[in-house]
Design a protein around this ligand. Structure first.
Ligand code: PMP
Length: 435
């Protein structure tokens, strides 16, 4: 079946979109290029479901790439947005009490974040955190890990994950060589490599930035001791440890990966969930470092719409629901149910897969595994993944359209959604086994 038979309106909309926007999209992975399809155009979302303009309904495991941990249009988020819009407005460029409230929530949930600055995206959070780390330490080099994505600022687009990995452009044209020269790349989960880098250049390294659970080469958890080792090495050399928790913050635990693994980073980057589906980001950390940010310090960073009441109230409403007892247990039990079912379905069909999961983020790698870093992630059979993806989509299961992305469970998913997904996967795996 071709795209235009199953998705005639979407195919027509995409044909127009490619004339108007590069690749027809406003962010690369949305184009479905690596799975050999053109994307369904979305009409609306509700709870765990997406509806496209061709009349199909999907169980959604993308969740707007992470923010929608409560599902689409959660009533408390909708109410908060309506109330803010009716009673306040959209933006003032002046302080509001709402910002205090969100800052209080974040700093309480993450004790390592003693002060926080709100921004408008994850990219802004990581680029601002690195500027701060450089300004604070007076050093220029940064260590990142292959396959980790930290937004699209120049100095992070070196062996980056997510779309940059899917499309095989780890070093994007337009990134100056002089900028790239200050970024040192190490293999994820390889502490010996990091030690080696620090022995050679430790005194020049401003920061190590890491996804404490990698999500942008697919879900790759940290091996025991990896994060603790990074904490020890950075401390020894006077470098800062930056946890990029844009994806993991309030997802793998309310307090993020730093709570889950008991590590205290110097700086933390946030985004996604703290905006409840609206554009947001944040960076924060030790008070002494954060006080160097303008206007209390000399390191400049600003934003016209930063801390705007709509994004902040959507984030606050989301955190309020997440704080209720049992939410993370519920996410864990739904995700564990899916893990068990998918593993059994793959085994039944004789398709070798590795299922990596931390709480409500996970990836099925078409690879016998283990998958612990960029090299093992990219050894996956992307053709098998693409076939699986297409079979799932046809059965109404909306996964991330790339092997190198994480999937997300939400509180709106029900047990029968999971069972439906497992039944669809059983068919999809069978199709792959036959070839
Ligand atoms: N860091 C991580 C870990 C991310 O997953 C992402 C986006 N997926 C970003 C940074 C960039 O965030 P944004 O797309 O909001 O700029």
């Amino acid at each position: 079946m071709t795209d235009s038979e199953a998705w005639p309106r979407s195919a027509a909309a995409f044909a127009e979109a490619v004339k108007l926007m590069p690749g027809g999209v406003n962010s690369p992975v949305r184009a479905f290029k690596s799975v050999g399809l053109t994307p369904p155009f979305i009409q609306r979302g509700e709870g765990a479901y997406l509806y496209d303009i061709d009349g199909h309904k999907y169980i959604d495991y993308v969740s707007s790439w992470g923010p929608l941990i409560l599902g689409h249009r959660h009533p408390e988020v909708v109410d908060a947005l309506e109330k803010t819009l009716r009673e306040m407005g959209t933006s003032f460029g002046a302080p509001t009490e709402l910002e205090n409230e969100l800052a209080r929530e974040i700093t309480t949930a993450m004790p390592a974040v003693e002060m926080v600055r709100l921004v408008n995206s994850g990219t802004e959070a990581t680029m601002s955190a690195l500027r701060l780390a450089r300004g604070y330490t007076g050093r220029e080099k940064v260590v990142k890990f292959a396959g980790c994505y930290h937004g699209h600022a120049d100095y992070f687009l070196i062996q980056a994950g997510s779309g940059a990995l899917t499309f095989g452009i780890p070093n994007s044209p337009g990134v100056p060589a002089t900028v790239a020269a200050n970024t040192i790349v190490a293999p994820y989960n390889d502490l010996a490599a990091v030690e080696d880098i620090f022995q050679k250049a430790g005194e020049e390294i401003a920061a190590v930035i890491v996804e404490p659970v990698a999500g942008n080469m697919g879900c790759v958890p940290p091996l025991p001791g990896f994060l603790a080792g990074l904490r020890t090495i950075t401390k020894e050399y006077g470098s800062l440890l930056i946890f990029d928790e844009v994806m993991t913050g309030f997802r793998v635990a309310f307090g993020g990966a730093q709570a889950l693994y008991g590590i205290r980073p110097d700086l933390t980057c946030l985004g996604k969930i703290i905006g409840g589906g609206l554009p947001v980001g944040a960076y924060g950390g030790r008070r002494e470092i954060m006080e160097r940010v303008a206007p209390s310090g000399p390191i400049y960073q600003a934003g016209t719409l930063s801390g705007n009441p709509l994004a902040v109230s959507a984030g606050l409403a989301t955190l309020k629901v997440l704080k209720k007892p049992g939410t993370y247990e519920r996410l864990e039990s739904l995700s564990a149910r899916l893990e068990k079912g998918l593993k059994e379905a793959a085994a039944e069909a004789g398709v070798p897969v590795t299922f990596n999961r931390v709480g409500a983020m996970f990836t099925t790698f078409f690879n016998p595994g283990p998958v612990t870093d960029y090299a093992t992630a990219t050894a996956s059979d992307t053709r098998a993944f693409a076939a699986f993806f297409r079979a799932m989509l046809r059965q109404g299961i909306y996964l991330a359209p790339s092997q190198f992305e994480a999937a997300f469970m939400s509180l709106a998913h029900r047990e029968d959604d999971i069972d439906c997904t497992i039944a669809a996967a059983r068919e999809a795996f069978k199709g792959i086994a036959i070839g």
